[in-house]
Design a protein around this ligand. Structure first.
Ligand SMILES: C[S@@+](CC[C@H](N)C(=O)[O-])C[C@H]1O[C@@H](n2cnc3c(N)ncnc32)[C@H](O)[C@@H]1O
Length: 535
């Protein structure tokens, strides 16, 4: 039904209201949310007009109040399904003004608050539904929501997430329920560029830094070159539409998006308070500056992330899909080629954990692109992101780039020289140049594929094995320098399979796995994830 289409005139207002009410309820049942909102709006207007006319008849007024209350609750439910959270919340408030313990209105308000990640407010709301007589017939539903709220409130307060059962079931069933969480971090000016996220406490490898849900996400399957380019364009357009819709529907989203960098004068941007991004944030007074389309496009260019990037991990159903999304707080994390954090995607959530131990005051960084590649390749990739990488590793490798031998090794690898030979030459040169500690790890990470090929090949190991360092030595130094990575884990696990796994090796893999997958899985699930990596 079109918005301007009116219900045919009826003999009395009561008949007209009856017709509108039945029609709206039918549309609600059929899950035609938009249409249902329109008809409920007509009903509510008519009902309010009638109330003025019959204000001296208390029985009639009370009857109309009841209908009005139900209509507000039902319109709220439809608006909730359309993700018009603010309007849905207003409808609930209107209903609750008429009847303070109205079951449907409270239940719907609880669901909206849950969608807005305000877990404790949602919990209070679901508890209040128990005061209404209708609760007894809906106890299972209410208890389900109460349990969910308690779990999410706990997760969001403590950061104690456990995905073990889901991982061990082979990612079967629905995604695990997850809350948003902000760990021991704050936003500050960064030496890398603009603003960044910084640790406010020492953070162990594997500890969560933040968990946040995408504002919008678009996924598709990419196949054949031509169609994948077209698919990506269509996906990008759909993604933009979703973001525009979210900003128009929610003042908070609009405001938070406007705090993100659009790539210009980053060092002059204001530093927002992290509390704005906390799930239970009670801020409601948003002075929304206008976000024109150009600004939105620039913000998305600078801040959107691809789920299936080499530097990220996707768990569960969305594996195999190409996904692009915007995660607000994660957008303050700068890139580094020797990062100390990793991102893992679970459904629409991104979970970011420390991939190495992080000291208080240190900036949290993750890799936007493949850190196991040469300086030249990384320069190309950072250019496509529109910046020149200022990280410590790039600065060190830039200093080394005058070494002719390095250029020869890289050129040799491009021309297909023996990977073992390249590894041997780099190791020998590093001895000559007296390269130590993390810097050794940086250089090894730059030609990681040659190390992986050598350690993975019986033939190459026969030839070079005794002249190059043992697998564990190289793996440890690379992880120490640039953090854990699945490809490094693969080499480690394959090596252990060949040589056998004692207690010390088990400990090493667990520590390594924590950096890779975080503490959100227990030991057994962690091992299962590590084993999946070698398949
Ligand atoms: C997602 S934002 C990161 C947060 C941003 N610094 C801010 O103030 O909002 C990405 C932008 O940060 C800057 N950036 C991130 N990592 C960088 C790096 N390693 N070197 C130089 N600039 C970087 C670039 O301008 C990039 O376009």
């Amino acid at each position: 039904m079109r918005e301007d289409e009116q219900v045919p005139p009826t003999e009395t207002a009561e008949d007209a209201m009856q017709q509108l009410r039945s029609k709206a309820a039918e549309l609600l049942l059929r899950e035609e949310w938009k249409e249902s909102v329109q008809i409920y709006s007509q009903f509510i207007n008519l009902c309010q007009e009638e109330m003025i006319k019959i204000s001296n008849d208390p029985d009639q007024v009370s009857k109309l109040h009841k209908s009005l209350c139900l209509a507000f609750s039902n319109r709220a439910e439809a608006r909730l399904r359309l993700r018009d959270f603010n309007e849905a919340l207003q409808d609930c408030e209107q209903a609750l003004k008429i009847e303070t313990t109205h079951f449907k209105a409270l239940l719907c308000k609880g669901k909206i608050l849950l969608s807005l990640n305000t877990y404790s407010l949602a919990l209070d709301c679901f508890k209040a539904t128990l005061l209404d007589a209708h609760a007894s017939g809906n106890l299972e539903t209410v208890n389900g929501f109460l349990e969910k709220c308690k779990k999410l409130e706990y997760q969001s307060r403590t950061g104690a997430f456990d995905l073990s059962d889901w991982v061990l079931s082979g990612f079967r069933g629905k995604y695990p329920e997850m809350a948003e969480y902000v760990g021991a971090v704050q936003i500050k000016k960064s030496e890398i560029s603009g603003r960044g996220l910084f640790a406010t406490k020492n953070i162990d490898a594997g500890t969560l830094v933040l968990v946040t849900k995408a504002i919008a996400i678009e996924r598709g399957i990419l196949s054949g070159e031509d169609s994948s380019e077209r698919t990506q364009l269509v996906m990008w357009k759909n993604f933009i539409d979703k973001i525009v819709e979210s900003t128009s529907k929610c003042q908070r989203t609009h405001h938070l998006i406007s705090t993100l960098s659009s790539g210009e004068n980053e060092d002059e941007l204001e530093v927002p308070d992290i509390s704005l991004f906390r799930p239970e944030s009670e801020e409601s007074d948003y002075s929304n500056e206008k976000l024109d389309m150009d600004r939105i496009l620039n913000i998305l260019d600078v801040n959107s992330l691809v789920e299936d990037a080499v530097s990220a991990k996707v768990l569960g159903k969305n594996r195999g899909f190409h996904g692009v999304g915007l995660w607000l707080l994660a957008s303050f994390i700068n890139h580094s080629c020797n990062p100390n954090a990793r991102r893992m995607h679970v459904g629409d959530f991104v979970m970011i954990h420390a991939s190495r131990d992080v000291k208080v005051g240190e900036e949290i960084t993750f890799a936007y692109f493949d850190m196991l590649s040469s300086l030249e390749k990384r320069k190309e990739m950072s250019q496509t992101w529109g910046f020149h990488c200022n990280c410590r590793r790039c600065k060190f490798e830039e200093g080394m780039s005058s070494k002719q031998e390095l250029g020869e090794i890289e050129m040799g690898l491009e021309r297909g020289i023996d990977a073992g030979c390249a590894v041997y030459r780099l190791e020998e040169n590093m001895k000559r140049w007296i390269i130590r500690g993390k810097e050794k790890g940086y250089m090894r990470a730059s030609i990681w594929s040659a190390y992986a090929e050598t350690y993975g090949s019986e033939r190459l190991m026969k030839r070079w094995g005794r002249r190059i360092p043992a697998t564990e030595v190289v793996v440890d130094s690379v992880v120490e320098a640039v953090g854990s990575d699945e490809r490094v884990s693969k080499v480690l696990m394959e090596g252990l399979k060949r040589s056998g796994c004692g207690v010390a090796e088990m400990e090493r893999t667990t520590k390594f796995g924590r950096g890779l997958y975080g503490k959100v899985v227990k030991k057994q699930a962690l091992r299962s994830l590590l084993e999946m990596d070698i398949c």
